[in-house]
Design a protein around this ligand. Structure first.
Ligand SMILES: *[C@@H]1O[C@H](CO)[C@@H](O)[C@H](O)[C@H]1NC(C)=O
Ligand SMILES: *[C@@H]1O[C@H](CO)[C@@H](O)[C@H](O)[C@H]1NC(C)=O
Ligand SMILES: *[C@@H]1O[C@H](CO)[C@@H](O)[C@H](O)[C@H]1NC(C)=O
Ligand SMILES: *[C@@H]1O[C@H](CO)[C@@H](O)[C@H](O)[C@H]1NC(C)=O
Ligand SMILES: *[C@@H]1O[C@H](CO)[C@@H](O)[C@H](O)[C@H]1NC(C)=O
Ligand SMILES: *[C@@H]1O[C@H](CO)[C@@H](O)[C@H](O)[C@H]1NC(C)=O
Ligand SMILES: *[C@@H]1O[C@H](CO)[C@@H](O)[C@H](O)[C@H]1NC(C)=O
Ligand SMILES: *[C@@H]1O[C@H](CO)[C@@H](O)[C@H](O)[C@H]1NC(C)=O
Ligand SMILES: *[C@@H]1O[C@H](CO)[C@@H](O)[C@H](O)[C@H]1NC(C)=O
Length: 848
C-alpha cells in the first residue's frame, strides 16, 4: 500500500507522540506493534447506578475494583482483620469503568484501529461510544477489538462494565478467593469458584495498524549439536538456530519485508500478506564464536541478546514500520528421565518416543544440575497493588537465598514481564504451570482457552529462564480418569506453539507414553500430539520421580540412598516444640510476637531438616512450598508478603528459613550431621571442590567451642558428590550445646555455616542473654550498613527485624559473648533512620 505524502507526515507525528506514551514499567506486556500506539492507562471514572446513581468515583487502570473502592473510602483496608469477608460492595453491584480518548486515526487512510485489553479479571462487557464490542471473560487472554468503524474524530468514550453473573469458565486466578495459605472469601463466581476483587488488571491501549501489525514476536532457540552429556564449552559447541516467528496481521493484502536483526545474524524475507493473520518464519544462525551461553545462577554468566523483528510495507515510509524486540538467551535444556550417563543409552534413545522411568533431573548446557528453589505464588490478591520493583526484588532475593529454580504454580497467574526478565538476568530456571488448578479451575477445550494458551506461550516463550511447561497443579486428582485433556488439549496446544521446551502433563504426573523425545523431554511434534501413559488413571504418587528408581552411577554416587531417618536429627516431641506452657490462644503484642517468632523458627528448623535429608540422597531437585506470601501472614513462604505497603519490605522480608537456605541448605557445598554422628559433606557445584570441613560443639551456657572434627576434603565436580564421615558425639549433649558444621574453601572462606540442633528448642538450656544492638551511622561503599550486636551471654537463634527496606547479611544465628557485626543490605526505598528506629532483636531464651 503506497501512502500519500501528506498522510505520512501525520503518521510521523503520531509515531513521535506514541513513542512518548509507550509504557515500560515492567508490569506492562509487550504491545501489539503497529504504526502508532496510545495507552489509555491512568485515571478513569468508576460508577455504579444501583449503588450510587448520582455519584462517580476515581479509578486507576490498571488496577482492581476493591483497591479503587478503598481509595474512595468506601471500604476499609481489605486485608485488615476480617474486612476481606465483608468488603463485598464490589460483588453486590455492577460497576462501570469509563474513560475518554481522542484519536488521530483517519478512517480514509486505509489503516485499522484496534482497541487492546491486555488483561481483565472475572468478566466484563466492553463498549465504545455506546456500541457493545463484546465481553471479556478470560483473565489471561489479551482481547482485541477492531474499532475502525466506531471511532470518531474528537472525543470517544470507552466503557468496561463488570457484571456479576458473567460466565468466566473458571478462567481467573484460582487462589483469588482463598487457598490454604490465602484468606478464604465468601463470594462465588457463577460456576461456584471463590472470588475476590475484579478489574482491569493490565494495560488498555489503541493501536493504529498501517500496513501490518506484529501481534506477537516469538523467537525460539534450538541447540544444533548432538545431545550433550558433558558441559558445553563456551565458543566451542555447535551453536543454535533461532526460529523467529513473526506473527503479523494486515487489514488487506499487503506486500512487504520482514527483517529480524541481532548481534549474531540478520535475516530478511519478502512476504505477501493475504490479509488477516499470517506467521512469517525466519531462521537465524547463532554460531558458537558469536555468542556466550546462558547459564543458571552459580554456573556462569546469564548472557542475553536482543532480537528485533520489523515489517515494512512496500513503498511505505520507514515511519510506518512496525517493530518489536525480545531478549533471548542460549542454553540447551533436557528433562532427563533415563540413564543418560550411558553413551549407549543416548545413542539408542535418540529418536525414541515417550519419557523413561528412571528418575528425574535437569541438564543445562550438558551439565547435570542440582535444581533448588521454591514455588512462586502470585504476590497479590489485589492487582491494584502490584508493583514492578517488588517482583524484581523477589527474584533477586530468591537468587541471593541460594535458589536457582522457581516454579510458577498453576493456581496463580501468568506473571508480569518484569518477573521473567529478572529470572532471565539472574539465571533462575523456571518450571511453568499453565494457569489450571483444582477447585473449579480445570481446563476445557474451548476456543477461548485455546486462544489464551496460544497468547501466553507466544508472550512468554522468548525467555531463556523458562525451561519447562506443565499443564496444571494437581489437576488429575480432580479430573479422575479424564487425564486425557492434558495430552489432547492443554499441552498439545502448548507444544504446537513452542516445541523448544520440555513439557510435562501436570504437576505431578507419570510422564508421556509418546509425543516427546525421550532424551530431552521436548515435544517431538508428532502429528497426533501428546499422549499420556495409557492404563494409568491415578496421579503419580511422587514416585518414581521423587524417590527415584535411582541414578546409581550419576556423578560418582555408588548406590541409591533412600531417605535416611537419621539425617538429620529428628526433633521430638513435635507437639511441644517450644514447651508445654505455650498458650497459642493468648492475644496481645507480646504473645503475638512470641507466636510469630516460634512459627518462623519452627518452619525454618523443620524445612532445613527436610532439605538436609533430601540432600543426603541422590535427588537432583528440590522445590519447597513456598517462596512468597500473598498477604501479610506468618505462612509458608520463606519470604513475607512483598508488596511495599506499610510495615512490609519490598519483595518480601526474609524469614529465618530464607537465611538458612543462603547459609547452608541451598549452598553449593554444605555439611550436616545426624543423630549418631553420621555426617555428610555434599558438593552440588559445577566444579571440583577442595577445602576443609569443621564440626564443633558450641556450649549454650558460655558459647565456648570444642572442635570435634577438622579435616580437609576433596570432591569431584558435582552435582551429587557426597562424602560421608563420622564424628564422635559421645561427649555431646543437645540440651547443653548446638553442633556447628562449616565448610571452608581452599582459600579459607566459609562457604556454608550450619547450626544443627539435637533437641527441640524447648529442651535447650539457653541463658537469659541481654543483647544490645547498634546501627552504624556510616554506610559502606556498597550501600550496606553495619549493625553491631553485643552480649555478655551467648544467645541462640538471634533474629533481627526492622521495617526498613532490605535484609541482613546474616540472621537467625548463634551469638557468642562479645560483639558481632552483621550488615544490613538495602533494597529500594531504604531509610537509614528507619533502620535505627525500628530495629528489634529477639532470641530463643525470651521466647520459651
Ligand atoms: C465489616 O464492615 C464493617 C463496616 O464497614 C466494619 O465495621 C467491620 O469491622 C468489618 N469487619 C467485620 C468482620 O465485620
Ligand atoms: C510458520 O510456522 C508456523 C508453525 O510454527 C506455521 O503454522 C506457519 O504456517 C508458518 N508460516 C508459513 C508462512 O509457512
Ligand atoms: C536490549 O534492548 C534494550 C532496549 O533497547 C536495552 O536496554 C538493553 O540493554 C538491550 N539488551 C541487550 C542484551 O542488548
Ligand atoms: C547407567 O549408566 C552407567 C554408565 O554406562 C552404568 O555404569 C550404570 O550401571 C547405569 N545405571 C543403571 C541403573 O542402569
Ligand atoms: C547411625 O546412622 C546410620 C545412618 O542411618 C546407620 O547406618 C547406623 O547404623 C547408625 N549407627 C548407630 C550406631 O546407630
Ligand atoms: C485454645 O482455644 C481452643 C478453642 O477455643 C480450645 O479448645 C483450647 O483448649 C485452647 N487452648 C488453650 C491452651 O487454652
Ligand atoms: C583446623 O585445622 C587447621 C589445620 O590444622 C587449623 O589451621 C585450623 O585452625 C583448625 N580449625 C579449627 C576450627 O580448629
Ligand atoms: C544432657 O544434659 C541434661 C541436662 O544436664 C541431662 O539431664 C541429661 O541427662 C544429659 N543427657 C545425657 C545423654 O547425658
Ligand atoms: C539489658 O541491658 C540494657 C543496657 O545495658 C539495660 O538497660 C537493660 O535493663 C538490660 N535488660 C535486662 C532485661 O537485663
Amino acid at each position: 500500500m503506497v501512502r500519500g505524502s501528506v498522510l505520512s507526515v501525520a503518521a510521523l507525528v503520531a509515531v513521535a507522540m506514541a513513542l512518548g506514551m509507550v509504557r515500560a514499567d515492567g508490569l506492562v506486556d509487550h504491545p501489539i506493534a503497529g504504526s502508532a500506539i496510545n495507552y489509555l492507562d491512568g485515571q478513569w471514572e468508576l460508577s455504579s447506578f444501583e449503588f450510587a446513581p448520582d455519584r462517580t468515583f476515581k479509578a486507576q487502570v490498571p488496577g482492581d475494583l476493591i483497591t479503587d473502592l478503598q481509595n474512595n473510602d468506601l471500604i476499609g483496608d481489605p486485608l485488615y482483620e476480617l474486612n476481606f469477608k465483608n468488603a463485598t460492595l464490589w460483588n453486590d453491584y455492577d460497576w462501570t469503568y469509563t474513560t475518554t480518548f481522542t484519536s488521530n486515526y483517519d478512517p480514509s487512510s486505509g489503516a485499522a484501529l484496534w482497541l487492546v485489553l491486555d488483561g481483565v479479571k472475572m468478566g466484563a462487557t466492553v463498549s465504545v461510544n455506546n456500541e457493545m464490542l463484546g465481553s471479556v471473560t478470560d483473565q489471561f487472554h489479551r482481547y482485541t477489538f477492531d474499532i475502525s468503524e466506531l471511532v470518531k474524530s474528537g472525543e470517544n468514550e470507552l466503557q468496561i462494565i463488570f457484571i456479576n453473573d458473567i460466565h468466566t469458565d473458571g478462567r481467573f486466578m484460582a487462589c483469588t478467593g482463598g487457598w490454604d495459605w490465602a484468606p478464604y472469601t465468601t463470594t462465588e463466581s457463577y460456576e461456584g469458584a471463590l472470588t475476590f476483587s475484579r478489574g482491569i488488571w493490565k494495560s488498555v491501549y489503541t493501536v493504529e495498524i498501517d500496513g501490518a501489525a506484529i501481534t506477537h514476536f516469538v523467537p525460539h532457540t534450538f541447540y544444533r549439536g548432538e545431545y550433550p552429556a558433558t558441559r558445553l564449552e563456551e565458543h566451542a559447541h555447535d551453536g543454535f538456530a533461532v526460529q523467529a516467528h513473526v506473527h503479523l496481521w494486515s487489514k488487506t493484502a499487503t506486500s512487504g519485508t520482514v527483517t529480524v536483526t541481532s548481534d549474531f545474524d540478520t535475516q530478511t524475507l519478502k512476504v505477501d500478506l493475504p490479509g488477516g493473520d499470517y506467521i512469517a518464519n525466519l531462521t537465524l544462525s547463532a554460531n558458537a564464536a558469536d555468542i556466550d551461553l546462558w547459564w543458571p545462577s552459580g554456573y556462569g554468566k546469564a548472557a542475553l541478546y536482543n532480537v528485533t523483528a520489523s515489517f515494512t510495507a512496500d513503498g511505505a515510509l520507514q515511519a510506518s514500520t512496525a517493530s518489536a524486540t525480545r531478549r533471548i538467551g542460549f542454553r540447551m535444556f533436557a528433562l532427563v528421565t533415563g540413564n543418560d550417563t550411558d553413551p549407549e543409552y543416548r545413542t539408542n534413545n535418540k529418536y525414541v518416543d515417550g519419557t523413561d522411568f528412571h528418575g528425574m533431573y535437569w541438564r543445562v548446557n550438558g551439565l547435570l544440575i542440582f535444581s533448588r528453589g521454591a514455588n512462586m505464588i502470585p504476590m497479590e490478591e489485589l492487582e491494584g497493588r502490584m508493583n514492578a520493583e517488588a517482583h524484581r526484588q523477589l527474584v533477586v532475593s530468591a537468587r541471593d537465598g541460594g535458589m536457582n529454580t522457581l516454579r510458577v504454580w498453576g493456581g496463580g497467574i501468568f506473571l508480569p514481564d518484569v518477573w521473567y526478565d529478572t529470572c532471565d538476568e539472574m539465571g533462575i530456571l523456571v518450571y511453568h504451570d499453565m494457569a489450571y488448578a483444582q477447585q473449579g479451575h480445570s481446563p476445557s477445550a474451548t476456543a477461548t482457552q485455546d486462544a489464551e494458551l496460544r497468547h501466553q506461550i507466544r508472550r512468554l516463550s522468548h525467555h531463556p529462564s523458562i525451561v519447562m511447561y506443565d499443564g496444571c497443579n494437581e489437576c488429575q486428582v480432580v479430573i479422575g480418569t479424564d487425564t486425557g485433556i492434558y495430552a489432547t488439549f492443554v499441552m498439545a496446544v502448548v507444544a504446537e506453539e513452542d516445541p523448544s521446551r520440555a513439557v510435562w502433563a501436570s504437576c505431578p504426573s507419570l510422564g508421556w507414553a509418546t509425543g516427546v523425545n525421550r532424551l530431552t523431554g521436548q515435544p517431538n511434534r508428532s502429528p497426533d500430539g501428546l499422549v499420556t501413559h495409557v492404563g494409568t488413571t491415578t496421579l503419580e504418587t511422587h514416585g518414581p520421580y521423587q524417590h527415584g528408581s535411582g541414578f546409581p552411577s550419576v556423578n560418582g554416587g555408588a548406590t541409591l540412598s533412600p531417605f535416611d531417618p537419621n539425617i538429620p536429627t529428628t526433633l521430638t516431641p513435635t507437639e511441644a516444640y517450644f514447651g508445654n506452657d505455650q498458650d497459642l490462644n493468648a492475644t496481645g503484642e507480646t504473645a503475638f510476637k512470641r507466636q510469630l517468632y516460634q512459627c518462623m523458627l519452627g518452619q525454618a528448623l523443620e524445612m532445613k531438616s527436610n532439605i538436609e535429608t533430601r540432600r543426603g540422597t541422590n535427588q537432583f531437585g528440590i522445590l519447597v512450598w513456598q517462596l512468597n506470601e500473598i498477604w501479610p501472614t506468618g505462612g509458608w513462604g520463606s519470604l513475607e508478603y512483598g508488596t511495599p505497603v506499610q510495615g512490609q519490605v519490598i519483595g518480601g522480608r526474609w524469614k529465618p528459613l530464607h537465611y538458612f537456605m543462603k547459609k547452608s541448605v541451598y549452598a553449593d557445598v554444605m555439611a550436616t550431621c545426624g543423630t549418631n554422628g553420621t555426617c555428610y559433606v555434599k558438593n552440588d557445584s559445577p566444579s571440583a571442590f577442595s577445602g576443609r570441613v569443621v564440626v564443633e560443639s558450641l556450649a549454650l551456657a558460655d558459647g565456648s567451642s570444642t572442635v570435634l572434627f577438622n579435616q580437609t576434603v576433596s570432591m569431584a565436580t558435582g552435582a551429587g558428590i557426597t562424602k560421608w564421615f563420622n564424628v564422635d558425639l559421645s561427649n555431646f549433649n543437645g540440651t547443653k550445646a548446638l553442633l556447628r558444621a562449616t565448610v571452608q574453601s581452599g582459600a579459607g572462606q566459609i562457604v556454608s555455616d550450619n547450626i544443627i540442633p539435637f533437641v527441640t528448642p524447648a529442651n535447650m538450656q539457653v541463658p537469659a542473654a541481654n543483647i544490645t544492638v547498634t546501627v552504624s551511622d556510616s554506610t559502606h561503599s556498597d550501600g550496606t550498613v553495619d549493625v553491631v550486636l553485643s552480649s555478655q551471654k551467648p544467645a541462640a537463634y538471634v533474629v533481627l527485624t526492622t521495617t526498613a527496606q532490605g535484609r541482613f547479611s546474616d540472621n537467625a544465628f548463634f551469638l557468642t559473648p562479645g560483639s558481632h557485626v552483621v550488615q544490613f543490605v538495602p533494597f529500594a526505598g531504604f531509610d537509614h533512620d528507619e533502620l535505627r528506629r525500628t530495629i528489634r532483636v529477639e532470641h530463643l531464651a525470651q521466647m520459651l
